[in-house]
Design a protein around this ligand. Sequence first.
Ligand code: NAI
Length: 716
Amino acid sequence: MATFSLLPGSVALITLTNPPVNALSAAVRAGIVQAVQRSVEDPKVKSVVICGQNGRFCGGADIREFAGPMSGPPLVPLIHAIEALDKPVVAAIEGLALGGGLELALGCHYRIAHTTALLGLPEVTLGLLPAAGGTQRLPRLAGLPAALDLITTGRHISGTEALELGIVDQVTDGSALDIALEFAKSIVGRPLNTRRLSTLPCRCPTDIDNLLDRFMVQVRQRARGALAPVACVGALRAAATLPYAQGLRKERELMDTLFNSGQARALQYAFFSQRVVGKWTLPSGARWDNTTSRTISTAAVIGLGTMGRGIAVALALAGMSVVAVETQEKQLSEARQMVPAMLQREAGRRGLDTAPGVISFCSSLQDVSEVELVIEAVFEDMALKLQLFRQLSAVCKPDTLLCSNTSGLDIDQLAAATQRPGLVVGMHFFAPAHIMKLLEVVCGTRSSPETVATVMQLGKRMGKVSVAVGNCPGFVGNRMLKPYTEQANFLLEEGAMPEQVDKVLEEFGFPMGVFRMSDLSGLDVGWRIRKAAGLTGPGVEPTRTRQGRRYSPLPDQMCEAGRLGQKTGRGWYQYDGPGGRVARSDPWVQTFLDAYRARHNLAARVIAAEEILERCLYSLINEGFKILQDGMAAGPEDIDAIYVFGYGWPRHRGGPMFHAGQVGLARVLEKLEHYQQLHPDVAPMKPSMLLRRLVAAGSPPIQKWRELIHRERVHS
Ligand code: NAI
């Protein structure tokens, strides 16, 4: 709701009251309508201040209300009523003014903000646009270029930046409310005509069309198929070229289209998934809300290669003192140079208000004896890791947590090498570890609930989206990636080219197709794993069936030819030289594939984009269902968060499991059956039991899957 009080000096104070962020629920909107009405009618009121309770102006719409039919007074006329008041209205912005909250403030005649308050119109990140006049008022106040930037990115700005952009009139390090109340008294009787944004012309540069066209090209490129940013530009074009009332109509029209699109649903689902995964549960019944966690302040990282360096920086950014251990002298001295610079750069980029923790470098494991948590990031070699865990178990304090950054090795085996299996857990970061948001927290059979809670909490402090997953080869993300990559290789055998497969996947919305990605990470990574698994290497027959399954030796042969990707300047594409970044088609690959197909009597055929997309995505999704069935992820939201935050799955498509629901589970099943019939030797195409059961249960909405999975487990 919103409360009204008349303060000395004839100032009416309207306080939005809806913890935690004073979201504009139906009750709050109704409260504001009443309070504005009282301000109009009460002759004792000479000016008005609007603020939020508990130092938070307003976090915007209450997105839980999006699901049902709209009730309560709408926001647009409410903001118009505020703007039309002939008594000055001042917004006192403390904490945050986001989305509808900022639109409300834009309807006020003046805005006073705390320097650190966060302002922004983040609707685009939920697949929407600011539809309470935000797209029309902001460019009239801050100018078209600034509005384009803020509305199409949804980025938050500080009170200080808002002052520079002219969005607020004044900032303070003290109480924005106190200043606003004083200011409101001082402006009684001042003319308000120039303060009503909807009546002002849009502040545009001379060459509007050119600016908008250029901007649209950039936005389309960045959006990778997302509709909302493009619609935002459309609404801003209307603001720049049409009178306010018509612009507002256009804003409404575009909003209706977005609101009813699957993308808005996907983005809202992704938003909620992020919260759902924080509320982890383990098969034992231990949960986020019945388990206490320890607060970690000292940590060690072992192995300062690609991952270890990033992890050390991420820990320090979260304020921890870090001991960084590396045995190779060259690697150690390189890390000594690079890591502090990485830390400084990232701390600067994030604008941290507290100093990051200190990182000390050493070459001996003895130096980690006093830390509370160790993260191992040495080579992906089980024997090496086992030896290290044995040493750590002997060197570290008995209650030190021992974590591994392995990409897929058995956490239980590592735990068994120690005297403290309950304190062993996987912390699977993604490269670059100080930037990528995802952390898979791999719970071994013996990992204690307190260990899991501590690491989940630590991940949160590091700004990660931490997802608790089970201990199986590849965990969740890499396990699903395997059949996806495998399909891509099969498609090459059957006639596709890497650029064709990549194009289809990039058009779907991935930042990079599977082959470009493989060139970036290095083809040797998977090669080493396959060699260790006995799938390739000297003495292994070069057949297309290995260990009883269809197998594509193509990537192995690329490695054998020295084509490891960007690092060697040659992979599925060619680059300007080793370390080159720009991928160009390579005729060598065409010749290589032709020769391969001829050797194996494979007739190349033209493969439609639809088949490429379906085979790659549905085999990945099918593995996701198997993971849910095996209990390796608690729910579809966990899988989707992993894919959105760690694997470049386009956010506006929600995640692989959400996408399956959008496509229709029955259709996914039918397609898997179809492709399995055509390729009976490809096991990952065999539809999972869970998918079959969900279809048999009438394809319930994704929010109901957990229930069904749980029921099945209880009965099985
Ligand atoms: P890397 O080869 O870049 O670095 C490994 C480092 O460990 C090297 O500097 C090596 O000298 C050092 N090392 C080896 N034995 C050591 C010991 N006993 N004590 C101290 N240092 C030792 O490897 P990278 O890529 O950083 O991978 C590390 C781990 O992270 C692996 O388990 C890998 O599977 C995993 N991982 C890798 C990802 C990636 O994208 N590279 C992503 C996620 C996990």
